[in-house]
Design a protein around this ligand. Structure first.
Ligand code: EPU
Length: 431
């Protein structure tokens, strides 16, 4: 297997327009949710990313007929002839969102056997709240050689999550759609992709109210039909591109986004001295003055998203003054800052707090992408740095960003993918 690295020639100012792709985390929930239907579904605006390709593998393994057209960002899913309810470990561990197969298969068939989920290593990532919800709905759960087996006829229940969990909220919502009677979920996460998944389920016949608030009410229905649905734009890709624009002191227009999903980031960029304006589905980012250091604390939506903490803390390495970044959601989400020390960035990490002392310049260096958003943070670092930055393990970035290199290149960045063995450029400027 050839190995690749990203090569970034830093110091270019990003300018011009690009578009935002469909939401990764909403797609990773909506596609498994289609297994609850009893007729085919057509899902549009799905991003062409590695995690979606893995999901296609899983659905086909289950016997679903999947027609994935990446050029059209469109997938049709016919879940009517599933041949197994077992998701083997080698597939489940390829991604975090494989946990949604538990809720979808359990909700539809009353039985699921799914390997533990994989995904980015951000410290401990238990799924006890998902399992607590399934149990409350009546599932019996046991472990069998590293697989989780869930079984039972589900009945509506009142479930209060012990902590706010995105995956847990969606997963239990999936399972409850076809349970007998009413379910009330409290202390729910409110992220846009929870609303989007509920909208999709309602479109195909579910009865879910309150998604986007901390209480979600679900009236179980006997059957879900098929239908078509277009997923919302990616909140985190929007934010990553906004930060990249600010980092290069550029002037960028992003089309096809939802500005209200970006309020927490916009407020922080404005505080730093970046000019952000929006109208309809367009956001413009422009540097007004030098970047100022800020204090930032990640929170559940509508707070500052943990997924943008890494790109944002990369930007803060060049701000004037010392920034304080508090990561409240995950134990270990600062590995990109360790990498960035090789570029001359200065930070001190104390548990979940990073103190970042801005430096006047960064220099290119060979780096290893530690995880998806940490990898995106290093791309931003490479764009800001003087000279050449190489990023190894770029596959982790491709898991979650559609055409990132070509979008950045279309804005005037220079980012290419090189075969490590041959030095050949394998993918660049194909926008
Ligand atoms: N938690 C538990 N028990 C649970 C569930 C969560 O203790 O049963 C804890 C987690 O350990 C974490 C916190 O609660 O400390 C929040 O976790 P959450 O369940 O909200 O996160 P997730 O479902 O594992 C999703 C996204 C992440 C995103 C988080 C937070 C998907 C596939 N993943 O993860 O996305 O960071 O929500 O918004 O939707 C990414 O896209 O790079 C990414 C990591």
């Amino acid at each position: 297997m050839p190995e690749y690295k990203l090569v970034i020639e830093g110091g270019r100012v990003l300018q011009g327009e690009t578009y935002v792709s469909g939401g990764k985390n909403t797609s990773l929930a909506v596609v498994p949710a289609a297994l609850l239907a009893e007729s085919p579904c057509l899902i549009e605006n799905l991003p062409d990313i590695e995690d979606i390709r893995v999901l296609v593998q899983i659905l086909r393994h289950l016997g679903a007929k999947v027609d994935w057209l990446p050029q059209k960002n469109q997938m049709s899913i016919d879940p009517t002839q599933l041949t197994t309810n077992i998701v083997p470990f080698h597939l489940s561990q390829k991604m975090r969102a494989s946990y949604y197969l538990m809720g979808a298969l359990l909700g539809r068939y009353g039985f699921a056997k799914v390997g533990y989920p994989g995904g980015c290593n951000l410290g401990s990532r238990p799924i006890d709240q998902h399992l607590k919800g399934f149990r409350a709905l009546g599932a019996k759960i046991r472990e069998d050689k590293g697989m989780i087996v869930l079984e039972g006829k589900l009945k509506g229940a009142n479930i209060n999550f012990d902590m706010v969990t995105v995956g847990g909220t969606i997963n239990v919502m999936l399972a409850a759609c076809r349970a007998e009677g009413d379910t009330i979920l409290t202390n729910c996460a409110k992220e846009p992709h929870i609303v989007d998944t509920a909208n999709f389920l309602n479109r195909i016949g579910a009865r879910i109210r309150g998604a986007g608030t901390d209480t979600i009410r679900i009236r179980g229905v006997k059957k879900l039909g098929g239908g078509s649905y277009t997923v919302i734009p990616d909140q985190i890709e929007t934010g990553t591109l906004m930060i990249a624009a600010a980092a290069t002191r550029g002037n960028v227009i992003l089309r096809g986004c939802i500005p209200t999903h970006m309020e927490a980031l916009t407020a922080k960029l404005l505080e730093m001295g970046v000019l952000v304006t929006s109208e309809d589905d367009i956001i413009s980012v422009q540097l007004r003055q030098g970047h100022r250091a800020i204090r930032l604390s990640t929170q559940e939506y509508p707070g500052f998203p943990t997924d943008l903490q890494q790109p944002m803390s990369a930007l803060l390495t060049r701000a004037v003054g010392t920034s304080e970044v508090i990561e409240n959601i995950f134990d270990s989400r600062f590995k990109h800052l360790d990498e960035m020390r090789k570029m001359g960035a200065k930070s001190v990490i104390n548990g979940r707090i990073a103190y970042i002392e801005g430096v006047p310049e960064l220099h290119g260096a060979p780096l290893v992408a530690p995880d998806l958003r940490g990898g995106a943070a290093l791309v931003i670092a490479g764009l800001m740095a003087n000279g050449i930055t190489e990023i190894y393990n770029p596959e982790t970035i491709a898991r979650g960003y559609e055409h990132l290199e070509s979008k950045l290149n279309a804005l005037g960045g220079i980012v290419r993918r090189e075969n490590i063995q041959t030095g050949n450029t394998v993918y660049a400027n194909s926008f």
